[in-house]
Design a protein around this ligand. Structure first.
Ligand code: IGP
Length: 264
């Protein structure tokens, strides 16, 4: 079993427990009283490099990263540093996150929020919207074509923007086939957890100009940010380097400013 299969198996168990507690109708009611989801794409398309800053306590590859006792405070620092979106890991077993983290962050910032998890059913999309998320991640490697299509469509119906994640050429084709508008190239292979920074440049060339491109994983500082931007990234998604930095606000600002035209 690959690491990804193993994570998804745990996600399905935890999901079943939540489904037994909270019905879909309850989630729909909660979502109905919220303001509509925010659209992050105009800011991502604007000149300069955008940063999606991630709230991430641990990871399967690196183990414990940072305790993050107050996710809302961290998110507020990211927003102050100029993050154009904030990603909150909600997977519990390997990443130490929760939907409660997402709700706390939502209460603290007006920046678009990404629910970062391993989405395999429409129920998780409803949970995301009900907790105040504006974006969701769909990992192509974890989904078959039919499910990828259905979840992509369902997310759109909820007003959620989908970040569609790919790691190779075949996944990129599958993402484009369902009409993905925001494509994240993960330098980390979720089946082996190895990071291959050259994957971004290889796949970016396959993406049409109107698709917004996100470089994910392995950004350690402004130099990596500048390299991805030079290879065509409009957005970088950064976790570890930011949660470990004593000055997350300054670290986001420095990454944004690293790319030519980064001052906006
Ligand atoms: O901490 P890093 O190396 O900056 O990576 C962030 C982000 O790319 C990573 O958390 C990630 C990308 N895709 C994912 C899918 C699931 C869980 C996590 C991820």
């Amino acid at each position: 079993m690959s690491v990804l299969d193993d994570i998804v198996a745990g996600v399905r168990e935890d999901l079943a427990a939540r489904q037994a507690q909270v019905g879909e109708s309850q989630l729909l009611e909660a979502a109905a009283v919220l303001p509509p989801a925010l659209d992050p794409l105009p800011a991502f398309r604007a000149p300069g490099l955008s940063v999606i800053a991630e709230v991430k306590r641990s990871s399967p590859s690196k183990g414990h990263l940072a305790p993050i006792p107050d996710p809302a405070a961290l998110a507020a620092a990211y927003a102050a540093g100029g993050a154009d979106a904030i990603s909150v890991l909600t997977e519990q077993r390997r990443f130490g996150g929760s939907l409660d983290d997402l709700r706390q962050v939502r209460a603290a910032v007006s920046t678009p929020l990404l629910r970062k998890d391993f989405v395999v059913t429409g129920y998780q999309l409803l949970e995301a919207r009900a907790a105040g998320a504006d974006l969701v991640l769909l990992i192509v490697a974890a989904l078959d074509d039919a499910l990828l299509h259905d979840l992509h469509q369902q997310a759109g119906e909820l007003g959620l923007t989908v970040l569609t994640e790919v790691h190779d050429e075949a996944e990129t084709e599958r993402a484009l086939a369902v009409g993905a508008r925001l494509v994240g190239v993960n330098a980390r292979n979720l089946k082996t957890l190895e990071v291959h920074p050259e994957v971004f440049g290889r796949l970016a060339g396959l993406l049409p100009d109107d698709v917004v491109t996100v470089a994910e994983s392995g950004v350690t500082g402004p130099d990596d940010a500048a390299r991805y931007a030079a290879e065509g990234a409009q957005v970088i998604l950064v976790g570890e380097a930011l949660v470990k930095d004593g000055d997350p606000r300054g670290a986001v600002a420095a990454m944004r400013a690293a790319a030519p035209g980064g001052e906006r």
